[in-house]
Design a protein around this ligand. Structure first.
Ligand SMILES: [Fe+2]
Ligand SMILES: [Fe+2]
Length: 169
């Protein structure tokens, strides 16, 4: 990798690490604070997935710094975590989310949207195929997060207004 390419690869990975860290902290805090066991389960799954992304990026950072090359992202099963939980319509119907959960889901949806946008852009602008593969891997994960966070946000918002109306906080 030429020096200019290496610098922009490292910069992109640094931004990505911060993005994943924000998601990790958001979902970790929510899992700790929520009193709803199902919401906790969901936030814990999200926290774990962002942690995996963070670790993967940390390996990229190390490899780029030391060996000036990308490493292949690991194969992580999509079917067992957050997505498979929220894809279950019965589970979604059982949700009894409150103010904390709705707020975290809204902030999470914005964060996931920002992540998808950044990773798509990084994928387009990274010249080497190994780097593009890393960002493609992240886009795949964050698109899944975004899709369901947006769905939950919409559903919870509807319920919030239906159930609480304009009640004070
Ligand atoms: Fe992530
Ligand atoms: Fe995410």
């Amino acid at each position: 990798m030429d020096p200019k390419q290496l610098t922009s690869a490292i910069d992109a990975v640094k931004t990505a690490i911060l993005t994943e860290m924000q998601g990790y902290e958001l979902y970790k805090g929510a899992a700790e604070r929520t009193t709803d066991p199902e919401a906790r389960r969901m936030f814990q799954l999200l926290k774990k997935e962002e942690e995996e992304h963070y670790k993967m990026l940390h390996r990229q950072f190390k490899s780029l710094m030391e060996e000036k090359k990308w490493v292949s992202p690991p194969t992580l099963a999509h079917g067992e975590g957050f997505e498979s939980l929220v894809a279950d319509a019965e589970w979604r119907k059982s949700l009894r989310f409150g103010n904390l959960e709705l707020s975290v889901v809204s902030i999470g949806a914005s964060l996931e949207a920002k992540a998808v946008e950044f990773y798509n852009k990084a994928m387009e602008t990274t010249p080497d195929p190994e780097g593009r593969e890393v960002f493609r891997w992240l886009v795949g994960w964050e698109e899944g997060h975004l899709k369901w966070m947006e769905w939950l946000e919409e559903d919870l918002k509807q319920r919030f207004w239906a159930e609480q109306g304009f009640a004070p906080m």
